[in-house]
Write a protein that binds this ligand. Sequence first.
Ligand code: NDP
Ligand code: KPL
Length: 325
Amino acid sequence: MNLKEKSWGLVGPGAVGLYYGGLLAVDGRQLHVLARSDAAALKSQGIIISRIQAKTGEVLNETTIRPESVATDAGSIGPVDFVLIAAKSTVNERLIEPLKALVEPGRTAILTLQNGMGNAEFFARHFPENPILSGLCFVCVNRVAPGVVENYHPGRVEIGSLQDSWPELAQEAVGAFSAAGVKTNFSPVLDAALWRKLCWNVPFNGLSIAGGAITCDQILADPALKSRARRLMEEVRAAAASFGHEISDSFLDGQFTVTEKMGAYQPSSLIDFVEDRPVEVEAIWGEPLRRGIAAGLEMPELQRLHDSIVQAIQQREASARSQSL
Ligand SMILES: NC(=O)C1=CN([C@@H]2O[C@H](COP(=O)(O)OP(=O)(O)OC[C@H]3O[C@@H](n4cnc5c(N)ncnc54)[C@H](OP(=O)(O)O)[C@@H]3O)[C@@H](O)[C@H]2O)C=CC1
Ligand SMILES: CC(C)(CO)C(=O)C(=O)O
């Protein structure tokens, strides 16, 4: 079969899903979108991707893409060759029913594009006969209107497979993303890549919430928060090492260099927090903490950060309740 004849399903057509799904569709892949609130807009106008100059806000270009189909019922799409999962990990349980219609046992490859740890294992438990891939997205995108995505930083994607068991399929997905113009690498050791990405997400997504809804530049400008970010990275690195994945000093240093260039960036978890949406606490902080502790490590900074995020969310919920009285 010509690889372009393979079908792709998209579950969770938000910022990340519309961006990568849209680019795959521009390259001629058959993209079937399982939509919810954006269904009408996606049907009438398609997916709109705008590339934005991050510093000036200038629109560099805009692309409109018509997916092969847009449906609100997974049954009307049916089984596909690849499923892209790009909903927040907080709703993973709710994705299982619709996924049953899209996933054919033994055939469909499931590619989660979600942040954090434990997502691939979660889908593997529900679909034990299917290859499970994970794509780590180093990109800054935001859905600004139904079906409309702004991209502020093209970034890159790393794709590997759960327990490194399906390298050929991961390579095939790398090929599809690369052909669509996305800088994409194959990750031969997926867990190592996941720990590396957490070196950024744990401190910066976390401190942006625990620091009182602040942006990345504010974390870097505060010496206490900056050194806390470094200690968090050190703990993530120690946990990675206990599973056999070494992370260098220069990699940790590089996380600060990259972040300096991001300016007043709001990590995706901060946007969820300020917009009163569920925050991916378990995938980004809970699971690495549990894994580190299970490996015999003490992770006091991560524990403190995890607890203060949970507390901030509880306070947000309590104040929303009191306002609604
Ligand atoms: N945004 C970014 O720059 C980056 C995000 N990530 C990660 O990518 C993942 C996706 O994030 P992002 O694209 O920002 O998320 P968004 O909030 O933009 O989109 C989430 C999508 O999931 C859909 N959804 C919500 N609940 C369900 C459900 N029960 N069933 C089916 N679909 C559902 C939403 O639909 P509806 O709108 O109708 O509720 C929406 O289409 C996250 O894990 C995030 O951490 C990683 C790197 C960068
Ligand atoms: C690392 C980053 C910024 C994507 O590039 C991210 O994962 C996020 O905003 O949550």
